[in-house]
Unconditional design. Structure first.
Length: 90
C-alpha cells in the first residue's frame, strides 16, 4: 500500500514488532523496491535490526514504552555499532 501511494521508504519500529515481523517486513519492502528505515531505541533492538539485515537504522531517543526521553541513547547505540565494526548483511 505504501509503495502504491508513492512511498520511497517505510518506517519499521522494532519496539512494536516481533522479530519475525521485522524480518518479513524488511523482505517485503525490498521486494517492492523500498529500503525501510528500521527504528531502534536499545542495544537489543539494534541487535534485532542487524540480525534482520536492516541497512538503514535510525535511533529514537524516546522510549516508546515509558515515553522517557534520553538524549544519550543515540551516542550509546552509536558506540555499540562502532564496537561491532561494519555490518555486512547475510
Amino acid at each position: 500500500e505504501a509503495r502504491a501511494n508513492g512511498a520511497d521508504t517505510l518506517l519499521l519500529i522494532v519496539a512494536v514488532l516481533e522479530v519475525s515481523e521485522v524480518q518479513r517486513l524488511i523482505e517485503a519492502c525490498r521486494e517492492w523496491g523500498i529500503e525501510p528505515l528500521v527504528e531502534v531505541h536499545t542495544e537489543e533492538e539494534l541487535d534485532i535490526a542487524l540480525a534482520c539485515d536492516a541497512k538503514v537504522v535510525g535511533v529514537n531517543n524516546r522510549n516508546l514504552h515509558t515515553f522517557k526521553l534520553d538524549l544519550e541513547t543515540t551516542a550509546r547505540i552509536a558506540r555499540q555499532s562502532e564496537e561491532r565494526g561494519p555490518h555486512r548483511g547475510g
